[in-house]
Design a protein around this ligand. Structure first.
Ligand code: FEO
Length: 394
């Protein structure tokens, strides 16, 4: 894709990856993604902000060449992950006078991950600026969005914030700017859930700082540019807050139907009480959809049969993921069925140590659910409803 003009001295140079289906061999990206980079041509100097995934370096370099860029003075690496820094080695070969600017941690990472010579990299401190002549770039350190090295770059005179992964979305699109607010909210939510949610507390501070800049554009490293920054900032405010929704997420698996029967019973009991429910059968569920539901669900109920002496391996994976993503979930329940014994409840509880959530009384039974077991599920639904009344529900 050719370079596109944002204004007469700022161009978008990124590439579209229509086919990418998974990130880090972990995160589903059903809508593909983009690797955005931006060129800022000041009166005296030129800066490139981020590069592209190495699998697209030829297209990326072609974009620069087509723009007729004769000299790049600075290459700003906001974040060292290879989807943004991976074309840096070839770029530095083509522009031998270019200086790389990064945080101290960013320098350490690109030198070790990409074998960039240390002398090519200059560390920039938080709040530091460089002048391109008639344009000024300011650097805002933002560790843990989503690595410890990250910074944001702000083009003061134009009010453009180059926010790297923050406010991004894995969405392959030919649109330079957000065109469909609902579609971008879904893509951005998936992105937030999979990438940013573990760091939601620090992100709250960055939102304050970004709002203080009052940017006219937020240009992330993935997905379209936000030309209404207030909208994505408001959405992020809710996601990083402690506000939850009146919703129960039930990741489950069932081997012979007993656990499924319990999930169906609990689902009905919750619906009858006016509680929204999202059961996810882990035999086929998309982990990205589960992550999205975790962004604001008040309660998670994990439903697992016992395999030999512990939880089903698909539940182990899901519990590990929930624990890693650190959602704002306020209550956690465990239900399921066993044949001859085991330590499933304790094993799942131990795997959720990162969550600041109350553990509800488990309903863990032998074989198929009997009348008394159904009563326990009714009681669990009552308890969930009561707790949801106590939380800040939006
Ligand atoms: Fe898009 Fe953390 O890289």
């Amino acid at each position: 894709m050719a370079a596109r003009e944002i204004n007469d001295h700022v161009h978008a140079l990124g590439v579209i990856d229509w086919d990418r289906q998974v990130f880090d061999e972990l995160i589903p990206t059903p809508d593909g993604t983009t690797y955005n980079a931006y060129l800022v041509q000041g009166g005296e100097k030129t800066a490139l902000i981020d590069t592209a995934d190495p699998s697209y370096e030829e297209e990326f370099i072609t974009n620069i060449a087509r723009l007729g860029v004769g000299c790049i003075d600075y290459v700003i690496i906001n974040h060292a992950e290879q989807d943004h820094s991976g074309s840096l080695p070839i770029l530095l070969e083509l522009f031998p006078m270019a200086t790389v600017l990064a945080t101290e941690k960013g320098k350490e990472l690109i030198c070790s991950l990409l074998l960039i010579p240390e002398e090519r990299v200059q560390v920039v401190e938080d709040g530091a600026t460089i002048s391109l002549g008639d344009r000024t770039l300011e650097f805002l350190h933002a560790p843990w969005v989503h690595w410890p090295d990250t910074m944001l770059t702000y083009l003061r005179e134009d009010g453009i914030l180059f926010s790297c992964d923050l406010f991004g979305s894995h969405l392959a699109t030919s649109d330079l700017y957000v065109q469909d607010d609902h579609a971008i909210e879904q893509s951005a939510k998936r992105y937030f859930a999979e990438i940013m949610m573990p760091f939601r507390h620090v992100i709250g501070n960055y939102i304050d700082r970004v709002e203080g800049l009052n940017p006219t554009l937020i240009a992330p490293s993935h997905g379209p540019i936000h030309d209404n920054p207030g909208r994505i900032l408001d959405i992020y405010r809710h996601w990083v807050s402690d506000e939850v929704k009146n919703m129960v997420l039930i990741p489950y698996i069932s081997m012979h139907g007993s656990t499924q029967q319990m999930v169906e019973y609990l689902t009905e009991a919750l619906i009858e009480r006016g509680v929204r429910v999202k059961p996810f059968n882990l035999a086929s569920a998309d982990t990205g959809s589960i992550a999205m539901a975790l962004v604001d669900a008040a309660t998670v109920v994990i439903a697992s049969p016992t395999v030999l002496f512990g939880p089903h391996p698909k539940i182990v994976y899901a519990a590990f993921l929930v624990n890693m993503l650190k959602p704002k979930t306020r209550s956690v329940g465990i239900i399921g069925s066993f044949g001859w014994g085991g330590k499933t409840v304790q094993a799942i509880t131990d795997m959720l140590s990162n969550l600041k959530a109350d553990m509800l009384d488990p309903v863990y039974i032998r074989g198929q659910a009997m009348e008394e077991d159904m009563r326990q599920l009714e009681h669990l639904a009552d308890e969930i409803l009561k707790r949801h009344h106590d939380y800040t529900i939006v």
